[in-house]
Write a new protein. Structure first.
Length: 278
């Protein structure tokens, strides 16, 4: 009897804790949005500018495909969906977890001290404490691309949503892992930024134009291939093997990012410096 009560109580405690964390995250998102809306003109201008920026790139691709109808089996519609998944995934991840692109700067500058004093899950607290204004334009661009070129069925919407989920989580975890280098090497913002930029850039090109070692890198070290190929392996035809490999990549980079953050945290010392501990 006592064992059963203990197990039930422990489960109930975990549920209450999870519910409390969920309420906290939701509150942060609401506060971030409210803060952004205090300067509505700036908010909408930044979002619209990013939306237009993505549209300009698609115009270039449209001009290209007007001359070459297909490139290694890729058509204009495929590239549109590629851009939609890449921009949309990046957009929602930066709107909800806006600090993941700043992890290296937060660690190297000592800004992490502020979060260490708060009784909240540290990494989650850092990630949700900021929202990227321009990223809203990226997300809306992804939605617009689905409206223009997506499969307008329940299954089509579910596949596109899955593509956005895979894309956003890979942006989040790969960039977070790169940012944790600051724990080990001090001011590594430049390296983290280059890794982030490389992932973004490579995720906007058809995967099949890369051959040999470059293609291997795209599906291992810098997994942009799992974002860009979703337009073919997930949307044009449902390739179950690709989907499972993409899910495995998300899990692997998620584990890597969190592990590096926790290991690095043990090396972190308070203030505007990084010290190595044995």
């Amino acid at each position: 009897m006592s064992t059963a009560v203990s197990l039930t109580g422990g489960r109930g405690s975990r549920i209450r804790r999870a519910a409390g964390i969920a309420r906290y995250v939701l509150t942060c998102w609401k506060l971030n949005l409210a803060a952004a809306m205090e300067y509505r003109a700036s908010f909408f201008m930044l979002a619209v500018m990013m939306f237009v920026n993505n549209c300009i790139w698609l115009v270039f691709w449209a001009i290209f495909f007007a001359r070459f109808p297909a490139v290694n089996g890729w058509e204009l519609k495929d590239v549109m969906l590629l851009w939609g998944i890449s921009a949309g995934g990046f957009g929602w991840s930066c709107v909800l977890f806006g600090n993941y692109t700043r992890i290296a700067a937060i660690v190297a500058s000592g800004e992490l001290d502020v979060f260490l004093t708060q009784p909240k899950p540290l990494l989650l607290n850092v990630l949700v404490s900021r929202m990227s204004l321009t990223a809203m334009g990226d997300f809306l661009f992804g939605v617009a691309i689905y409206a223009l070129a997506g499969e307008h069925t329940l299954l089509g919407a579910a596949k596109y949503a899955l593509g956005l989920l895979i894309s956003g989580l890979l942006f989040l975890f790969v960039t977070l892992a790169a940012g944790t280098l600051a724990f080990f090497f001090g001011h590594s913002e430049g390296v983290a930024f280059q890794i982030f930029n490389g992932l973004v850039a490579l995720s906007t090109y058809p995967t099949d134009i890369f051959k040999g070692m470059a293609r291997i890198v795209l599906f291992t070290v810098l997994p942009a291939g799992f974002i860009s190929y979703a337009a073919i392996g997930l949307l044009r035809r449902f390739d179950e093997t690709f989907v499972w490999l993409a899910a495995a990549a998300v899990a692997a980079f998620g584990l890597l990012a969190v592990s590096l953050f926790m290991i690095g945290l043990r090396r972190y010392t308070s203030g505007n410096r990084i010290a190595m501990r044995g």
